[in-house]
Design a protein around this ligand. Sequence first.
Ligand code: PHE
Length: 356
Amino acid sequence: MQDLEALEAELFAELEAAGDLAGLEALRVSALGKKGRLTEQMKSLGQLDPEARKARGQALNAVKDRLQSAMEARKAGFEEAALEARLATERVDVTLPARPHAIGHVHPVSQTIEELVAIFGEMGFSVAEGPHIEDDFHNFEALNIPAWHPARQDMDTFYLRSDAEGVRPVLRTHTSPVQIRTLQKTTPPIRIICPGRTFRADSDATHSPMFHQVEGLVIDEKTHMGHLKGTLIEFCRAFFGVDELPVRFRASYFPFTEPSAELDIGCARKDGQLIIGGGEDWLEILGSGMVHPKVLENCGIDSSRYQGFAFGMGIERIAMLKYGIPDLRTFYDSDLRWLRHYGFVPLEAPSVVRGL
Ligand code: PHE
């Protein structure tokens, strides 16, 4: 049995020397593997007589058990140390300053649309939308702009390729076709605004081939010019945030309204700066008028019973005036520096400065 004691001592010395999980595994193979030192001893038991076999078998098993539990304890120790080491390197230093969090900005056009929707929403308007690609009827004909009408020339229309029947679709030149689509499918009362994209073949500092308009439409039995004026004055004062904002209605002409009026707001120009509110100057803001009875009839609405008003304005234009943006073309340059400067922090974005 002395040889067994020596073997056990040898195995435990090797266990002591094993520095990591790989060392442990090597020891396991060399002691308990197929040709391991303890395994070989087990195999040679068969050559002993029964008495000696029993005693040596028990002794061998005892060595094997001691070695196995010692190896397990060692393994647990290695694993714990590995975990400790990982935790130490992965510890979060909560005293480090926070990384700056880049928040996207709301484009001035989106911001202005939101403001329009909020102001008109409070007055009881809802939002209607329509397609960008229109047909002649909705963009022109129904709006009392027949093919020979000079207003067609003013619009710089983008035409698309004609279809098989020779019908030529257009990119809508204004948001007024949404007015037509709403009139066709709704029985008054109607009170809507239609913000959206519009297209005209025109490009300079104040014109872009793609721009945005908002159209407004109110139809019921008794709406008159006084409502038109009240609604638009209220809107201008709310939008520009000037309570006593001077406004003036100027007689104008649109084929789809009669009478028609353009609205100007009072402003001053001092040292190249535009001040909205005071002063001797006027700025044109929007077009409006009482919806022409022909337009109502074109949409199947009885013009002897129903009447109302419509208005339309350019969204970029009023955004430029309110936020002092000098050039329309910059709206679509996709320049992030511009957007950071003129854009708006979204309301729902968490910010350390503003709180949640
Ligand atoms: N559709 C007109 C334009 O684009 C604006 C407008 C709308 C005028 C409604 C009067 C009434 O110029």
